[in-house]
Ligand binder design. Sequence first.
Ligand SMILES: [Zn+2]
Length: 281
Amino acid sequence: MWIGGKSGIINEYNGVFIKSLYVSYLLSNMSSCPGNDPICKTRSRQVSTIKPLGHESKFTYKYYEAMLAKAITMGFCISSFEHYSSENEKTIILRHDVDYTINGVIQLAEIEARLGVTATYLFRIHAHEYNVLTPHVNALIKTLLDMGHEIGLHNEAMTVSRATNRDPMELLKIGKQVLELAADVQIKTCSEHRDVSHVVHGTGKFNDHYDCHEAGIINDSMESRFFKQMKYLSDANGVWREGDLLQHLDEHNRFQVLVHPDWWFEHDLLLKGPYFHGLGN
Ligand SMILES: [Zn+2]
């Protein structure tokens, strides 16, 4: 598989690592993928060159940037759920479930902003490790919004219902309200947080029993138009089970790509700091 930008420098990708990679690419600005514009307009301005990668892990910020840049050069419109338009022929919805820490969030967001694309960052309101009303997390949310990204709810109503015997739909509505209070915007998009506790307790999926739209949600990440009708790729648990985006760009025109910021890093995962202690970056 060849990876290369407009510079014409050809690089070899062997499925495990990139030996060397120079990508010069065409970039769009933040208004390139508005929801009301069916055409993803890209402006021909070269604003950045990614320096050579060595034997890099696939979970470095450099790799992430190269992956998105390649998609842009191939004409994909990359956007959040709220800016997604079904009229764009080649499209990628970028979804970030903020699972355990806020590590990696601002780094991915800045890469996306630099490339002129948007993403949806879905926050939990029951996480042990961070709190959307804590000042530094709340400031992060406001920064993401200022950058043009969308804030969504990483729903765990089924878990909380199991623990409290409260109605899951009511809990989803409350969760949405809390996040709207924290972010000071309407929450339109949700995804469900599922971890090992769901396996241990046999907790069912929210969508198997309820409909998020009844709570005023517009975009449920798992509804058919975003899941069955798109190629879905996820880095869950730090593993691209079907390969990453680069391995599929030639084969599909519509993607939902789930990237957990927790798993991405500059050089080494250990250097991200107090990983599971919620202290953020
Ligand atoms: Zn999750």
